[in-house]
Design a protein around this ligand. Structure first.
Ligand code: SAM
Length: 229
């Protein structure tokens, strides 16, 4: 059975989609999608040999070789011009790595109408990448599984120019998440705030003060306090 996290991610793909799952590991997500939607097709991308082989095994096990192709390579490098892939999933890694993968592969994004990202941490970096690469964030959802709170961020290719710019606070916390004010939003930032306060204290006690970093952390602390107020 697929994790609730991956199932939720799958709900943001369109029916009959052709998508690439970057960092697919065992290819559980594309297998689930293609088993439930015979008109769907996928490419499972993996940079590491081990997960690449696991992905191939899963595809074979479920007899999905006609629907899913597994490719070894870094991020979007594995996409070829005639693939006609329209959606990208990039889940289960740090937001900074997601940002790097999207920026490095930006020339491959031209036909991509939707990117579904699920950063484990540093969500802000993922939001910055999406919004600077010509996408607009249309959905944000928090889910909890195995004591972890995850953020799913869905962005569509911008078709009009009148998108409003997100503020630093909105990029950090998620503008849509802020407007929803889910219980999980409060839960997440309550625990993050406690950790953040500790880090600031430690930074202030260090021999060499990094003033600009302290100021940045203090700004973030204020944003968290505003959410919880
Ligand atoms: N996407 C799955 C999920 O959400 O459950 C698997 C997440 S797993 C923790 C992260 C995977 O990303 C690993 O299998 C790793 O090999 C792969 N990965 C890391 N950097 C990558 C890159 N630059 N290109 C492709 N895959 C990458």
């Amino acid at each position: 059975p697929l994790s609730y996290r991956l199932k939720t991610i799958a709900t943001y793909l369109s029916k009959g989609t052709k998508f690439i799952d970057i960092g697919s590991d065992h290819a559980y997500l594309p297998s689930y999608v293609c088993l439930n939607d015979p008109s769907a097709k996928a490419i499972a991308g993996e940079v590491n040999e081990g997960p690449f082989n696991s992905a191939k095994q899963t595809i074979k096990k479920y007899d999905l070789t006609g629907q899913i192709e597994v490719r070894l390579g870094d991020g979007l490098d594995v996409l070829r011009p005639n693939d006609s892939v329209y959606e990208v999933v990039i889940a289960g890694m740090g937001g900074t790595l997601i940002r790097r993968i999207l920026e490095n592969g930006q020339h491959k994004l031209r036909n991509i109408t939707r990117i579904i990202a699920q950063p484990n941490i540093d969500e802000r970096d993922t939001r910055i990448a999406l919004t600077t690469l010509g996408y607009t964030i249309v959905h944000e959802q928090m889910i909890e599984e195995n004591e972890h709170i995850y953020e799913i961020i869905v962005a569509d290719l911008v078709t009009d120019d009148n998108q409003t710019k997100w503020t630093d606070k909105e990029l950090f916390l998620g503008k849509i998440l802020l407007s929803k004010r889910d219980d999980l939003l409060i839960k997440k930032w309550q625990s993050q705030l406690a950790a953040h306060r500790k880090i600031i204290q430690q930074m202030k006690q260090a021999k060499h003060l990094n003033q600009s970093k302290i100021r940045q952390f203090e700004k973030e602390q204020t944003w968290m306090e505003e959410v919880l107020a």
